[in-house]
Design a protein around this ligand. Structure first.
Ligand SMILES: O=C(O)C(=O)CO
Length: 371
């Protein structure tokens, strides 16, 4: 018999199969009889509780912390980006051995910082949709998953965009200044702006935010929506937006709205040359990233009346110094990066970031995976 098993591959496969089935049966009897399922879960919870997550920084909302604390005990960097201690404290703490990182900061996540974190680090999330402050290549090199909080902020950012469109086109900044300084000189030719109704709106980057902007502006009786971007967007048809080359969009649009991410490809997408192509009545709005625009060229274009106005939620740098030339221009309406700044949106972003980490530490896909 044993000779038969040794010699005959079919017999040995049958015996191994039977043994395997018996083993499985034995384990499932144990699991059902003794509640091993619960024991297993307890063991998993115990292993999870041993994992350490570093949260950068103290502005991370309680909603996210509460979620993290259901399974982990987070360590928080108790500073804001604006505190000089912020970056040194991150670098000091991160080498204490963490399994995950909530990168809720504008500081750049570099290879140097990842080296300090060491091989224990298994997952990283931002609390933003933009990832231009993350050295993604360095994460990929280390096989680290990265999550972000895309889409949940589309509505809030689209609202701010509409605010900028109206504010810049209807000269809010000049109006408020004249009101506050007592220089309100009413006349039928005073402080005239541009209409949104009957205009052509050009969206650069028809992603979630761009689409939410189009949905909102439809209520303003826009004549035509066009968009440019790397790919055709299937959603464009239902929105009535036509894809055109960037140059055509710049030439034809009364409102040029930048909703795309910042990358090597999109850096200074708006520069002296592109501003020259735009209509002298055009309004440029940027809710993507400051780096999409060459700000010196924008200053010149606004000063010389090459375009009508700009509305910016994002600038380079942030915060923009109060003596920045753009701030001195009456036709440059600037917000201090308020895009996603609503209570609900920030709480939702914090929860997505927390879930990204909790899932990744259980070897599951993140809610919003980037890589
Ligand atoms: O999440 C981001 O990237 C934002 O800039 C929101 O304003």
């Amino acid at each position: 018999m044993s000779l038969c098993l040794m010699l005959c591959p079919v017999c040995s496969a049958v015996v191994s199969g039977v043994c395997f089935l018996l083993l499985r049966l034995y384990i499932s009897v144990l699991v059902n009889a003794f509640g091993f399922q619960e024991l297993l879960q307890e063991f998993k919870n115990f292993m999870m509780a041993l994992k350490r997550v570093l949260v950068v920084n103290k502005s991370y909302p309680d909603a996210g912390l509460k979620l993290l604390k259901t399974k982990l005990e987070p360590t928080i960097i108790p500073y804001l980006d604006s505190d000089p201690e912020s970056l040194p404290e991150i670098k000091k703490n991160i080498s204490n051995g963490f399994d995950a990182l909530v990168w809720n900061t504008k500081h750049r996540l570099t290879g140097e910082i990842l080296d300090l974190a060491g091989p224990r680090l298994k997952a990283v999330t931002t609390m933003a949709s933009g990832i231009d402050h993350i050295d993604v290549d360095e994460l990929v090199k280390r096989g680290l998953p990265l999550g972000n909080t895309l889409n949940v902020l589309d509505d809030a950012v689209a609202d701010i965009t509409v605010g900028l469109v109206i504010g810049a086109a209807r000269r809010f900044k000049e109006g408020i200044k004249e009101l506050e300084s007592g220089e309100w000189k009413f006349g039928v030719q005073w402080s005239l702006g541009q209409d949104i109704a009957r205009s052509t709106v050009g969206i650069v980057g028809l992603g979630g935010v761009g689409q939410a902007v189009v949905r909102r502006l439809k209520g303003f009786d826009v004549a035509k929506f066009i968009y440019s971007g790397r790919t055709d967007k299937p959603e464009a048809k239902a929105l009535g937006a036509e894809r055109v080359p960037l140059e055509q969009l710049l030439k034809e649009s009364d409102f040029v709205i930048l909703c795309c991410p910042l990358s090597e490809e999109t850096k200074h997408l708006i520069n002296a040359k592109s501003l020259q192509i735009m209509k002298s009545t055009a309004v440029l709005v940027n809710i993507g990233r400051g780096g999409l625009i060459d700000q010196k060229a924008l200053y010149d274009a606004l000063k010389e009346g090459q375009i009508f106005a700009a509305g910016l939620d994002v600038t380079t740098p942030e915060p923009l110094p109060k003596d920045d030339p753009l701030i001195s221009l009456p036709n440059c309406f600037i917000m201090p990066h308020l895009g996603s700044a609503t209570v609900d949106t920030r709480n939702a972003m914090a929860c997505i970031a927390a879930n990204n980490i909790l899932l990744a530490l259980e070897n599951k896909p993140m809610l919003n995976p980037v890589v």
